[in-house]
Design a protein. Structure first.
Length: 397
């Protein structure tokens, strides 16, 4: 854009210069003719060249004027011509106005031949310095370039702001699109999973029934194997059941609760599932931190987080700290296990993401959905030193 402005300024000024020069040329020709007539008349009357110029020009300061003989030797000149004397007037000129370069700058020059009544021949030199005009044009050009630079700066700032606005808008729509796709993906997985779960459940129930009936017929020594088979069927039923639960929409039924009771319910459920781990969980929550939430769902979400922490940290304690923070409720679960790599942080809450051999990768996914359904957020952090930290933020009551 700057180049465009500069080029346009260059062409504009070239045009301005050309037009001004042609104006000066016309003006100089007319002045030369008028002056020539006057000079011829005075010379006719017998006045000397000096007297003629003195009389006609007096203290003329605009034009360079000189009176020359037929051989172009200077006979008389005005005060402005003084500093211009060393310049040859004849050099390279054969009539008509032209521009001569001189120490006084570029000078528009007109040489007019004169003849007196008694046959004497003279030449009248008239010059006009272009310096003032050129300085003016240069000034104007500088101003235009400066204005162009300013316009360029303003334009750049404007387009940068526009670009930022546009990028912000695009990022938002990309986010919205990603969210929409995730929901769509989830709907597809849900439909597929509930279909598969349904297909598995019926034959699985029949299988459980057959094994039950078989138990009454098989000899005592085969009972052990049969019990193993029944246990496997129960495991499959549990897995299918968990999958069915994951794909169900989370619809919390809110009731007034305290954070303390929710976390104690999670700890109690954990103790039922992993009895050895319960003494390692240290819950530090002041009483009276109120929220309005679905007790079972929220207890389930914290149970999933706690179970991971307990599994990851061997014999070390797991800290659960809760507090009110403005109108929000904050819970931090921290363990001293090996933690997770930075590149995994964004993936922990994805469905079916797991690094465990027997993991299913739905615990944290379900926890996130429950917390978000309550208007909250959950994030995983890598605290200084070792371990993992899960920070849950929920609206308070
Ligand atoms: P699962 O326990 O079946 O793997 P989750 O959704 O509960 O599924 O967890 C997903 C993954 O997140 C785990 O496999 C593990 O890699 C990582 N993770 C969760 N909690 C922790 C933790 N406290 N410390 C380290 N990694 C964890």
């Amino acid at each position: 854009m700057f180049v465009f402005f500069s080029l346009s300024a260059f062409f504009q000024h070239r045009d301005l210069k050309r037009r001004t020069e042609s104006l000066v040329r016309g003006q100089l020709g007319a002045t030369a003719r008028t002056l020539g007539t006057a000079v011829s008349r005075f010379l006719d009357e017998g006045a000397s060249p000096e007297t003629v110029l003195d009389t006609i020009l007096a203290d003329e300061e605009v034009y360079f004027v000189a009176l020359l003989d037929a051989d172009r030797d200077i006979l008389a000149w005005n005060s402005r011509f003084e500093g211009y004397l060393p310049i040859s007037l004849t050099e390279g000129r054969d009539g008509g106005p032209g521009i001569i370069d001189s120490p006084a700058g570029r000078i528009f020059s007109e040489l007019t031949p004169l003849a007196t009544g008694d046959g004497r021949r003279f030449n009248l030199y008239l010059g006009y310095a272009l310096t003032g005009m050129e300085a003016m044009i240069a000034r104007s050009r500088r101003t235009t370039v400066l204005l162009s630079a300013l316009a360029l700066l303003a334009g750049t700032a404007f387009f940068r702001a526009l670009y930022r606005l546009q990028s912000g808008f695009m990022a938002k729509s990309r986010e919205a699109e990603a969210e929409r796709r995730e929901k769509e993906h989830f709907r597809e997985i849900s439909a597929f999973t509930s279909g598969v779960a349904h297909e598995i459940k019926n034959p699985l129930n029949s299988l459980a029934l057959i094994l039950e009936m078989l138990g009454r017929k098989v000899p005592a020594e085969a009972k052990g194997d049969l019990d193993l088979g029944k246990a496997q069927v129960r495991t499959i039923a549990r897995i299918v059941d968990r999958f069915s639960r994951v794909v169900k929409a989370v619809r919390p039924e809110a009731e007034p609760l305290t954070l303390d009771e929710v976390l104690r319910q999670s700890a109690a459920n954990l103790a039922a599932e992993v009895p050895a781990a319960s003494s390692r969980v240290v819950v530090e929550v002041p009483p009276g931190v109120r929220l309005s939430a679905d007790r079972d769902l929220l207890a389930q979400a914290f149970l999933n987080i706690l179970k991971n922490a307990v599994e990851a940290s061997g014999d070390a304690p797991v800290w659960v700290k809760g507090r009110r923070s403005g109108g929000r409720v904050e819970v931090v679960v921290r363990d001293e296990g090996p933690g997770f790599p930075a590149e995994a942080a964004g993936r922990l809450f994805e469905p079916f993401y797991t690094t465990k051999e027997k993991g299913m990768g739905i615990g944290l996914y379900l926890a996130r959905r429950i917390i978000e359904a309550h208007g909250g957020t959950i994030e995983a952090r890598r605290p200084e030193g070792a371990g993992a930290e899960f920070r849950v933020d929920l609206p308070g009551a």
